[in-house]
Design a protein around this ligand. Structure first.
Ligand SMILES: Cc1cc2nc3c(=O)[nH]c(=O)nc-3n(C[C@H](O)[C@H](O)[C@H](O)COP(=O)(O)OP(=O)(O)OC[C@H]3O[C@@H](n4cnc5c(N)ncnc54)[C@H](O)[C@@H]3O)c2cc1C
Length: 378
């Protein structure tokens, strides 16, 4: 890997645009209908270097900065939101945290196959009773001979069926709050690990959303990612990057919806359609600027949690709004099952929830603007 790969975001965008036109857009409707990203798409995704983005070549990655990651996700999502979300989760909340927090041994064993795209990554934080308030998770870990034992249930894990490597968050004792949480690298073949169900969804169909059961999963001591008790820090850092990723995916859906809207308005003489296109353009331009700003801050090594929250909040909202206008303009055809406008709208509607809801993004921003609430954990 390495020879012939782009060296800047514009190059990565061009590569992803060509890939999407050839391999993703033609099967997008089928991915949605069958609720499956075909296995055959994974080797070309890996060969393209997309599954190793943001990971140094020395770890078998394809290099590239946050702007490159964002550009690739935007382009893939213009073809299929499910494919883009698969890549975003794999990179931002699994491979990149292992790069950041992993020991040399963990990087050797887990990061290399992720960077080469031989394994897909997943991130299991949310539980049936703990989502927005992730410090309330109840999956327990205990010390066992030569390692740890994990017991609990995880909910809404993206890439949960296909994952070859998962980051799983568990607490030593729920009464310790965020200080009790640690991150573990879990290979799914471990005894006691199972996928209890794959959830059927409104949108992002094709992206696997799963319930996972950890029934006494035994892990060697080198499975702990980062220092014991720093799991929430690992998770929140991953989610900040993940929000730029999901914002980029939402932007791609908004771009596709805008292109369809504009095409319909060009064929029509209706003034209200012209206004809809102009309004949508403003939303799209603002979303694009906010996503770029968050990625630029990350590349500059500056704090970017509030920029990521703003980008995620606004891009998700813009995708819903523009895709909604697309349904309006398409009229009755736009609500028929299988219509492109209908799929884009269903996909867009999931973005305000995934990787932290709109309300949680607003609270992240409010903390920046107003300081912590007295009741908040430090
Ligand atoms: C398609 C999909 C993929 C996902 N993938 C993953 C994944 O890969 N890994 C993973 O760990 N999780 C994943 N999630 C879970 C997702 O991050 C959570 O659903 C989300 O964080 C919300 O948590 P929750 O479901 O528990 O909802 P809740 O936290 O119960 O929220 C319900 C509602 O209450 C609001 N709310 C909650 N707390 C507050 C508050 N303090 N102030 C104001 N409003 C509040 C929320 O905004 C929301 O509107 C995924 C979810 C979806 C839908």
């Amino acid at each position: 890997m390495g020879l012939g790969l782009p060296t800047d975001a514009a190059g990565w965008r061009a590569r992803a645009r060509a890939f999407t036109a050839e391999r993703v857009a033609p099967i997008a409707a089928e991915i949605d209908r069958r609720d499956r990203v075909p296995d055959e798409l994974l080797p070309p995704l890996a060969e393209s270097g997309f599954l190793g983005l943001g990971i140094p070549r020395s770890w078998d990655g394809s290099a590239g900065d946050a702007r490159s990651v964002s550009a690739v996700l935007d382009e893939l999502a213009r073809g299929s939101a499910a494919v883009a979300v698969l890549v975003s989760v794999h990179l931002a909340v699994c491979a990149h945290p292992i790069l950041e927090w992993g020991t040399e041994v963990q990087r050797e064993r887990f990061l290399r196959p992720l960077a080469r795209g031989e394994r897909i990554g997943a991130f299991a934080l949310t539980e049936p009773g703990a989502g927005s308030d992730s410090a309330a998770l109840t999956t327990r870990y205990s010390r066992a001979a030569d390692g740890f034992e994990l017991r609990g249930t995880k909910m809404f894990t993206s890439n949960g069926v296909s994952a070859g490597t998962l980051l799983v968050f568990a607490t030593r004792d729920p009464s310790l709050g965020h200080r009790g949480i640690s991150a573990f690298i879990v290979p799914p073949g471990s005894p006691g690990f199972s996928v209890a169900q794959r959830l059927d969804k409104l949108g992002l169909r094709g992206s696997e959303t799963c319930e996972l059961v950890l029934d006494g999963v035994r892990l060697p001591s080198e499975s702990l990612l980062g220092p014991e008790g720093s799991g929430l820090k690992v998770a929140l850092g991953a989610l900040t990057a993940g929000r730029v990723g999901i914002a980029s995916c939402a932007l791609g859906v908004a771009e596709s919806a805008f292109a369809a809207l504009r095409g319909a308005a060009q064929r029509s003489r209706e003034e209200w359609m012209r206004i809809a296109v102009a309004e949508a353009f403003v939303e799209l331009a603002a979303a694009r600027a906010l996503v770029e700003r968050a990625a630029e801050r990350k590349d500059a090594g500056a704090p970017y949690a509030s920029e990521a929250a703003v980008a995620k909040l606004f891009a998700a909202r813009a995708a819903v709004s523009i895709a909604g206008r697309g349904v309006d303009v398409a009229g009755p055809e736009g609500v028929r099952a299988g219509a492109a406008a209908e799929r884009l709208y269903r996909d867009a509607r999931v973005f305000p929830i995934v990787e932290g809801t709109t309300e949680i993004q607003a609270l992240v921003l409010a903390r920046e603007l107003l300081g912590r609430e007295p009741s908040e954990n430090p």
